[in-house]
Each structure stands twice: as C-alpha cells, then as structure tokens.
Design a protein around this ligand. Structure first.
Ligand SMILES: O=C(O)COP(=O)(O)O
Ligand SMILES: [Mg+2]
Length: 219
C-alpha cells in the first residue's frame, strides 16, 4: 500500500470514551426517571452519532431512531448538558496512541479525524486531550450533510489533503468505518479493541490489535 495520509475514527479507535458517554446517557435517563444502563450496553449503541445514541439509550433498543419526538429532544438536551460537562473525565487514549500519532506526524504523514461524533464534542475533546495540532482536517458527524458510512467524509479529507482515496488509510473500530472506506475507495484497517463487533467479517484489509501496529504500514 502506498499510504500518504491517515484518517482516524475517534471513539473506540483513538480514545476509550465509554465511561463519559455512559455517564451522560445515564444522567439523561435519570433526569427522565429511568434506570441506568451498563457501560457495555451503552457501548453497543455508539457509532452513528449523538442523536442515534440518545434515541437508543432512551429506548434501550438498538433499533430506535431519532425522529425528533418531544421526549427524544428532552433527552438530547439533558445528554448534551451532561456530556459537555464531562467530556474528558474518564476518557483516555488507548495504549500507544499519542506516541504513534507523534511518530506519524513527524514522518510527514497528513493526519485527519473522521468521526460521527458531533463537532461540539469532537473539537473540545481533541483540544482537552492535547492532540488537536496533529490533525490537518477534522470531519465530525455534522460537518458535512452526510456522515459515515457515506463516502463523503473520506472523499472530503482526500481532497483537502490532496491525496487520492487509495493513498488515504482509514483506521476505525466499527462497521461504519469499513463501509465508509470501501465506499470511498480507501484502504481500511480495523482495530480489534474498540466498540465494534465481528470485525473479522467486515472485510477490512487488516485487523490490528494494537494501535502502534499501524507503523508497519509505512515501512
Ligand atoms: O459518536 C459516535 O457515535 C461514534 O463516533 P466515532 O465515529 O468516532 O466512532
Ligand atoms: Mg468508532
């Protein structure tokens, strides 16, 4: 693979954000008189952005969709307030993420974020964790009209970085990451430690178990 740039998913790939997402989701449920969900249950509902997470955690049902009912909007307001207050209380990088990002950056690779998390959480989170300066482009879930699994965010990144999609390696933990990469014509590496399940079946070009294994792709 002739890789010139990397596009990273955020939740479940660079950071383990489940404790903070679950706290906010459960605080929103508590505000509405509902009992808490386990972190594992909340993790299974992450991947399609905040509105989807709120709809799923409110109904405790993966199939629930955000249609904008009054109750969903109320839950969204509660979630938003709680999550903004606690974006990085327990959110941490997975092992060797910072050093690996620094190495890639030093070696001149262009780095981007492609996440379904909305900008209002993504940008403060990257700043609070001190890695904003590594990324030339950040495409969040509401930056463009379409989010992953659409090809649009990755095509936007390729254009901004002036590389072809085949030179842009997507790194993610979920089905949406692999589908988006395939739709855009980007190679894709799946990490096994995130929130996705059955990644072996998804057709990623490679599954890695440690973030630092990415360095193999540039040697
Ligand atoms: O916020 C989400 O639903 C998922 O975020 P991700 O795309 O960074 O995994
Ligand atoms: Mg993810």
């Amino acid at each position: 693979m002739d890789i010139k740039a990397f596009a990273f998913d955020l939740d479940g790939t660079l950071v383990d954000s489940i404790a903070d997402l679950a706290r906010a989701a459960n605080a929103a449920r508590a505000d509405l008189g509902l009992t808490p969900l386990t972190e594992a249950r909340v993790a299974s509902y992450v991947g399609d952005g905040a509105s989807s997470l709120v709809a799923r955690t409110l109904a405790d049902d993966y199939a629930a969709e955000f249609t904008g009912t009054a109750l969903q909007k109320e839950a969204m307001n509660h979630f938003d307030l709680h999550y903004k207050q606690g974006l990085t209380i327990d959110t941490t990088f997975y092992p060797q993420v910072q050093i690996t990002l620094s190495r890639l950056h030093e070696r001149g690779f262009a780095l981007a974020i492609v996440t379904n998390k909305p900008e209002r959480y993504t940008l403060p989170l990257l700043r609070a964790l001190g890695v904003s300066e590594h990324f030339e482009v950040v495409v969040a879930g509401d930056t463009l009209p379409q989010k992953k699994p659409s090809a649009a965010p990755l095509l936007h990144v390729a254009e901004r970085l002036q590389v072809s999609p085949s030179e842009l390696l997507m790194v993610g933990d979920s089905k949406n990451d692999v589908l988006a990469a395939q739709a855009a014509g980007c190679p894709v590496v799946a990490v096994s430690y995130g929130y996705g399940s059955n990644l072996d079946d998804l057709g990623a070009d490679r599954v890695i178990h440690h973030f630092a294994d990415l360095l193999e792709f540039i040697d």
